[in-house]
Design a protein around this ligand. Structure first.
Ligand SMILES: Nc1ncnc2c1ncn2[C@@H]1O[C@H](COP(=O)(O)OP(=O)(O)OP(=O)(O)O)[C@@H](O)[C@H]1O
Ligand SMILES: [Mg+2]
Length: 314
């Protein structure tokens, strides 16, 4: 069975425009997205994420390379490719005077979905907008608009959904709701590709993550493998008792006392499991009240891999 998306040696150079010189936004990118996965494309501003997505959407013409979407070659059959994929662009764009229901009906019409097969109400329900179907779209909040865009990308029932920065400018609660929506769609069989520069989002949702920087893929791994690249982590433990003396058994974790009852320890996840440290502490008959690991592991990997870029957004 073919993959959901296959990208080979994909390059894009934007032509010079006025005073701006040509810009190579993608440099021979290879990427394979298996069916059924939630796949994250992570990278700082200007890395080339939207360029890649927009090529898949048929909105930007590639300079070189090959793209297959659900087994169909983009050059050979762009129309079928469009039918195979639903894209939620980074920029929100729709007519504010239509109601969400109307907007979805029109979009379905554009894709040639017969009236009897339109699922506007069902899609609105899926993104939690069932009670907004007949409001003016302009009266929706930013987060609701984004959810409406997801519904809009799905009117033709594509097997792949691509989300370009789905939660930019969305508050934490709505972001979690959107994540739930995406997970639910995936559970129902949808392959999802999303771009983000929220590391937490990629870590939370994606099974596999590619990191793009300066138009090049610098990592493409299962999330766990990527996270395992982290060579140093901190564990902070708060005890019920005051710490009189730090036991020698913890020396190799360069213990640091923060206040009377809190201890921060540094360890290499490849060599030590956090559980070992906890056992050593408990062997002192100390009672652990709270534990935190203050660093996002993915944040470390991301910064390591993209450090040449000054504008990494984290
Ligand atoms: N239409 C265009 N004409 C010329 N250059 C462009 C065009 N669109 C994007 N670029 C350039 O291509 C590079 C990649 O841009 P792209 O929008 O793909 O990045 P991105 O990873 O989506 O960034 P962001 O996180 O800010 O959305 C940038 O240097 C950008 O300035
Ligand atoms: Mg972008």
């Amino acid at each position: 069975m073919s993959h959901a998306i296959e990208i080979k040696s994909l390059s894009k150079t934007y032509q010079p425009n006025g005073k701006s010189p040509p810009k190579q936004a993608l440099k021979s990118v290879d990427l394979t997205i298996p069916r059924g996965m939630i796949y994250g494309l992570l990278g700082p501003n200007g890395a080339g994420k939207s360029t890649l997505i927009n090529i898949l959407a048929g909105l930007v013409l590639k300079t070189d390379g090959h793209v297959k979407i659900w087994g169909t070659d983009l050059d050979e059959n762009p129309r079928q490719c469009r039918a195979n994929i639903g894209i939620v662009p980074q920029e929100l764009n729709f007519d504010p005077f239509f109601s969400p229901q109307k907007l979805l009906d029109i979009q379905a019409g554009l894709y040639g979905v017969p009236r009897a097969e339109r699922r506007s109400a069902e899609l609105l329900k899926l993104v939690g907008l069932e009670d907004k179907g007949h409001n003016f779209t302009r009266a929706l909040s930013g987060g609701m608009r984004r959810r409406l865009m997801i519904a809009k990308a799905m009117v033709h029932n594509p097997p792949i959904l691509v989300l370009d920065e789905p939660t930019a400018g969305v508050d934490i609660e709505l972001r979690r709701q959107l994540w739930d929506n995406v997970r639910e769609l995936n559970r129902q069989g949808m392959t999802v590709l999303l771009t983000t520069h929220y590391l937490e989002e990629a870590e939370e949702l994606c099974e596999r993550i590619a990191i793009i920087n300066g138009g090049e893929i610098v990592a493409d791994e299962e999330k766990e493998t990527l996270l395992a690249r982290v060579d140093r982590k901190e564990l902070t433990v708060t005890l019920s008792n005051e710490i009189s003396e730090i036991p020698k058994t913890l020396d190799r974790f360069t213990p640091r006392k923060d206040g009377q009852r809190t201890l921060t320890l540094t360890y290499a996840p490849k060599e030590t499991k956090a559980g070992e440290i906890i056992s050593l502490i408990q062997a002192q008959n100390w009672e652990i009240q709270d534990i935190s690991s203050n660093q996002s592991a993915l944040e470390d990997v991301f910064l390591q891999l993209t450090k040449s870029t000054a504008h990494a957004v984290i």
